[in-house]
Design a binder for this molecule. Structure first.
Ligand code: ADP
Ligand code: MG
Length: 283
């Protein structure tokens, strides 16, 4: 459906995101839930990854830990070669501002700020120079060049999410994380959002990690990571809608196999590495 890994930028071979043995447990003792169980992965810069899995499988936890919005109990997260672990609260916030963009299902725009002000807010918070021409260029790119002074509640859901995309793009982060970015949108707005994300990877070399439960959304990605019970349960390169839907339907089978021993899990981890190299070298 899409050309993948063409139009390479120089950053393409670099590792944008790395997780080593990341675990996260919620609750304690009796009611402890292992939301993430020893997850390791490596994503090259300039790739679009979808994360899928049943509800409660740890997708949001994975994204939050990888984006520095939550802290893993163990393991390390490395963004663009810099370790995220070991920062205090303000250090972590600084880290996030410099290297991470985040797109939420519910947009998370500031209701009293205009489209343009919302877009430049991360730059302001990071005390970075605001380049108005560049901001307007990004807003024009997402189709909001005529809406600079509108407030969020004067926009449709699709337009709000495009502001959120502009806000994530304007800081030129190492990785953009999106948790169900199309979950609240109609089909057409969802497609616009997915095209913009795809384009930012393909044409501008950004790295995007997107949680979705929608096989159509996942088909816009270069590859899909499947999660089940807080563990990686497989992956798929060059996903198609049908292949993703099929794999999701059988994800339970994979988990059942994995529960019988650790071999399946290791095999999957190995598989991931192979694909990582595949993505790294392009097509
Ligand atoms: P997903 O996004 O795949 O639906 P989550 O990452 O939200 O899954 O949740 C993974 C597991 O961790 C679930 O069992 C969920 O109930 C639990 N969980 C997530 N966040 C919290 C929290 N703040 N407190 C307690 N349990 C949580
Ligand atoms: Mg979730």
């Amino acid at each position: 459906m899409f050309r993948r890994n063409r139009g390479a930028g120089p950053a393409r071979s670099a590792e944008a995101l790395r997780l080593d043995g990341v675990s996260k447990v919620y609750g304690s003792a009796d009611n402890a839930v292992a939301a993430l169980d020893n997850v390791s992965l490596s994503l090259p810069a300039g790739t679009f990854t979808a994360v899928m899995g049943p509800s409660g499988s740890g997708k949001s936890t994975l994204l939050q830990c990888a984006a520095g919005l939550d802290r893993p109990d163990s393991g390390t997260v490395t963004v663009d070669g810099a370790k995220m672990t070991g920062h205090g609260e303000s250090g972590l916030a600084k880290f996030r501002r410099r290297r991470i963009g985040f797109i939420f299902q519910q947009y998370n725009l500031m209701p009293t700020l205009t489209v343009e002000q919302n877009t430049t807010l991360p730059l302001k918070l990071a005390r970075r120079r605001i380049n108005r021409a560049r901001t307007r260029e990004v807003l024009t790119h997402v189709g909001l060049g005529e809406r600079l002074d509108h407030l969020p509640d004067q926009l449709s859901g699709g337009q709000r999410q495009r502001v959120a995309i502009a806000r994530a793009l304007v800081t030129e982060p190492s990785v953009i994380f999106a948790d169900e970015p199309t979950g609240a949108l109609d089909m057409r707005s969802a497609r616009d959002v997915l095209r913009l994300l795809r384009e930012s990877v393909q044409e501008h070399g950004r790295t995007v990690v997107m949680v979705t439960h929608d096989p159509v959304a996942a088909s816009y990605a270069d590859w899909v990571l499947f999660l089940a019970d807080g563990r990686l349960a497989g992956d798929m390169y060059a996903p198609t809608v049908d292949a993703v839907a099929e794999r999701l339907a059988h994800l339970g089978d994979t988990v059942a196999q994995g529960a019988n021993g650790h071999h399946t899990h290791h095999a999957d981890a190995h598989h991931l590495d192979a694909h990582t190299i595949n993505v790294r070298t392009g097509d």
